[in-house]
Design a protein around this ligand. Structure first.
Ligand code: GLA
Length: 707
């Protein structure tokens, strides 16, 4: 049978929804229908839930009862008709007179009849987030889970269940995500009769929650979308839902500022005068917010000390944070600050004062991660202290923005605030503590823009997005890697949540050289920022950057809040973002590696209005002479030795004009026939109509409807 809810012990031997150890030590439950009623959705206790600003969503609450134990299970189905989304969650109530232990409480269960299914998951690691893998669902169980303490870059909690031959534009596709930031678990398996069972929720591994008589425990919410229009249709539904019902507060619909972050420009070597030099250049280029990253507090000069000591280092900042903030304001920049509130180094005042606030096991050597320990957020004393400390920093700094980082995975999970028999609650209680802390701070500072971060994308999930409208997507700022990573995120998360920075070339993570155009184009498909030393840029590069940022300001409404389509993936990435009224759109074509004799390329748009006439254009751009190596001699009247001083000198002054696209065309033609772009360089000659599409090159195409 396909079941709406499955418990253990009554003959259903598939992955269950709920497992409880009863007071007598047995594991069986038999939850039977009692009643169903309609009511208003509410977030789960202690956790963020989908936000229903317009009071339009409806909840169906189904109550089931296990007679023998007195336990009640409530299943919630919240319908967001505006986005075609159902959010599911559950609550267990101990109505009996003895304590029980909840070993598993899922958020959703989906039983499908016999069909062929595939599951797509997004796995990765530090700097390699959101790599997509599709696996057929079969008789061996497929599990997408995290056990790192966070939602993790190893396995993002978002999964897709779909027809094996689904494409971007066709085929049935379910997208399922959890509004949760800790250990998660989703499994899919066929039973002996070919029927699919899917469950998703908190990871039951080492989870054991004692429920006393009268107590309740809630699961996080699972967000479920469906589309028959393939991955693309599913993604756009999910994006709309995240923009409207996950992100909240004054920043929900507000265009996000262009920030400059000090990390890849200075690393730990920050001080007031150095930052002000950087800030002046950033302001000239068009930045709006200056973010002071790691290195400003305690005795911090590397990652061995001072986490926890959130007071300014006055040797580096003699005028304090308020002095720096004032000077930035005079320059016309808002001030933002990096913090990692959940952490402590043993070499810190905080640790010396409160060694019992860390998550480690008394009597055992602790396994450190990035030389630091996690504070025990399961302990309310710790979260209260942190709320006060972070508030103090924000007030002193007059901060408009916070980058909230979290840079290690859990080890030696243990809370001194819990008795031995409740240690199986620690990991979940940590997440509840984190939410309590974030809730308090975002309420107190509603206008501050919080950006999530966890060594990049180690905690990129819907729970964090309820507090942080955007998340630093990866510590990998290489434009080519970023194109893949951001494409991975785009399956589940809208561009307004994905923060993306232009950084130095060669890139600090890959040492790859990419053109300024490529770095800008990829960062523009997200919340664009800057993260490199602008002071050392030559004058023409500064001018080019200023023009790019000006362009971004004009188009960021479309790029951050438009409908996103993946038109092509692989060696060539083609994307388009279309404004909600379909009158403006930006397209991207990014080539990873060049191939000879592939001159002809189309740009086939999506999401436009067929009957409207659009101006389709690209911006004029210059081709670097150095790109052609010794081919320069095919046109030069005198011989130029490749890579010589003379070669560089000529290249500084001679810029070759590249192709520019410009035409008037209907939306129908743009979407069905596509635009045949100027022929690419194919090894047989170059003129001003040639599209030089070498390794890592990219172009943006703009579409504007005519009246
Ligand atoms: C993490 C973040 C980076 C940077 C460093 C600072 O790695 O992801 O962006 O803030 O910490 O230590």
């Amino acid at each position: 049978m396909r079941l709406e809810l499955s418990s253990y012990g009554k003959g259903d031997i598939r992955d269950p929804f709920i497992v409880v150890r009863n007071a007598d030590g047995s594991f069986s439950s038999d939850f039977l229908f009692e009643k169903a009623e309609k009511c208003a959705p509410k977030p789960p206790e202690g956790m963020p839930g989908a936000y229903d600003g317009a009071d339009e969503a409806e909840r169906l609450a189904v109550t089931l009862k296990d007679k023998a134990s007195g336990l009640t299970l409530e299943l919630y189905y919240d319908v967001y008709a505006d986005c075609d989304v159902i959010c599911r969650s559950s609550r267990i109530v101990n109505g009996g007179d003895k304590p029980v232990t909840v070993l598993r409480l899922m958020s959703t269960q989906l039983d499908f009849s016999k069909d062929e299914w595939a599951m797509t998951v997004f796995h990765g690691a530090w700097a390699r987030e959101m790599e997509k893998q599709t696996l057929p669902v079969g008789y061996a169980k497929l599990v997408n889970s995290s056990f790192t303490g966070t939602s993790s870059s190893r396995s993002n909690p978002f999964v897709m269940l779909h027809e094996p031959d689904a494409t971007e534009t066709a085929g049935a596709c379910y997208g399922i995500n959890l509004i949760y930031s800790g250990n998660h678990y989703s499994s899919a398996q066929l039973n002996s009769f070919g029927k699919l069972r899917f469950v998703s929720g908190i990871n039951p591994e080492q989870f054991a929650w004692t429920l006393l008589p009268g107590e309740t425990l809630d699961s996080p919410q699972a967000v479920m979308v469906f589309s028959r229009k393939g991955f693309g249709g599913m993604s756009r539904n999910m994006h709309r839902f995240v923009r409207r019902h996950i992100v909240r507060g004054p920043w929900r619909d507000r265009e996000r500022p262009i920030l400059i972050n000090s990390w890849e420009a200075c690393y730990f070597d920050v001080n007031e005068s150095r930052l002000l030099r950087l800030a002046k250049e950033a302001k000239k280029a068009g930045a709006e917010l200056f973010v002071l990253d790691d290195g400003w507090f305690g005795e911090r000069s590397d990652d061995f000390s001072s986490l926890g000591d959130w007071y300014v280092n006055t040797k580096k900042f003699p005028n304090g944070l308020s002095g720096l903030s004032r000077k930035l304001k005079e320059l016309g920049l808002d001030f933002g600050i990096w913090m990692e509130p959940e952490m402590v180094n043993t070499d810190s005042r905080l640790y010396r004062e409160h060694p019992d606030w860390t998550m480690d096991i008394p009597g055992r050597e602790h396994s450190e991660g990035r030389n630091q320990r996690i504070l025990d957020l399961a302990n309310a004393e710790v979260t209260d202290y942190l709320a006060e400390t972070v508030s103090g920093v924000l007030e002193e700094a007059g901060a408009a923005y916070v980058k909230w980082d979290m840079n290690r995975i859990f080890s030696d999970v243990f809370s001194r605030s819990l008795p031995a028999e409740r240690q199986g609650e620690t990991a979940h209680r940590y997440v509840l503590g984190l939410y309590r802390l974030m809730e308090a701070l975002t309420r107190k500072f509603p206008d501050v823009l919080f950006e999530g971060c966890s060594s990049g994308g180690n905690r990129f999930d819907l729970g964090i997005l309820c507090y942080c409208p955007q998340i630093w997507a990866s510590d990998n700022t290489d434009a080519v890697c970023r194109a893949r990573i951001q494409e991975g995120y785009s399956y589940a998360y809208p561009m307004s949540t994905v923060s993306a920075h232009i950084s130095a070339s060669p890139n600090h993570q890959t040492l790859r050289r990419t053109a300024p155009e490529t770095r800008f184009d990829v960062a523009a498909f997200g919340v664009l920022g800057l993260e490199y030393n602008l002071c050392d840029l030559p004058a023409d590069a500064k001018k080019e950057l200023a023009a790019q940022l000006e362009l971004y300001r004009r188009w960021r409404g479309v790029l951050q809040y438009g409908d996103f389509y993946r038109l092509q993936s692989g060696n060539v990435h083609k994307w388009i973002c279309v404004s909600p009224d379909r009158r403006r759109a930006v397209g991207l074509v990014l080539r990873e590696l060049a191939e000879p004799n592939t001159q002809y390329e189309d740009f086939k748009a999506a999401g436009l209005e067929p009957g409207l006439i659009y101006r389709f254009y690209s911006l004029p751009h210059k081709v670097e002479l150095m790109k052609f190596g010794d081919l320069v001699n095919t046109v030069s009247p005198v011989h130029i030795k490749q890579d010589s001083q003379a070669h560089y000198l000529v290249a500084r002054f001679v810029k070759l004009a590249g192709e520019t696209e410009e035409c008037r065309v209907s939306g129908a033609v743009l979407m069905n026939a596509g635009i045949r772009l100027s022929p690419a360089y194919g090894g047989t000659g170059f003129n001003e109509h040639t599209r030089v599409s070498s390794d890592f090159s990219s172009r943006l195409y703009f579409m504007e409807a005519e009246d």
